[in-house]
Write a new protein. Structure first.
Length: 130
């Protein structure tokens, strides 16, 4: 009877621990996304601004997420499933707001305004990565 209880307890422990082991590091992905938002904000080349903003999107949504562009690099590869998916629930709204900023910046036709949105995205993500 005691052995069965021990096995049940061990099985429950494994069930509870395995999913967290599969989860990625949202904080690391957020920091990587913030770095790429900063690269976008600092870039003089309009194509690089948009490319780095897409890297931000890729890090935030992950390969299975809406807006992910497999033609662009994913600097968060091997860090998890996307910062939003891997984040604690209380961080998700702020990450989604940063995602919207990054998407808006990537879609902005004026390069100077796109850089401004990239800088705002970097600031928002940097606070979340702490």
């Amino acid at each position: 009877m005691i052995r069965a209880a021990s096995i049940s307890t061990a099985a429950l422990f494994l069930v509870l621990m395995v999913p967290s082991a599969w989860a990625g590091d949202s904080r690391q992905q957020t920091a990587t996304a913030a770095a790429h938002a900063g690269m976008a904000a600092a870039s003089a080349d309009e194509k690089m601004v948009r490319g780095h903003l897409q890297h931000v999107v890729n890090c935030l949504v992950g390969p299975a997420g809406e807006g992910y562009d497999s033609a662009q690099a994913n600097p968060c590869k091997d860090q998890g499933f996307g910062a939003i998916q891997d984040a604690p629930m209380d961080k998700v709204p702020a990450l989604q707001a940063a995602l919207k900023m990054a998407k808006d910046g990537a879609a902005e036709p004026d390069a100077a305004k796109a850089r401004e949105k990239a800088a705002a995205t970097q600031a928002a993500l940097s606070k979340l990565a702490m």
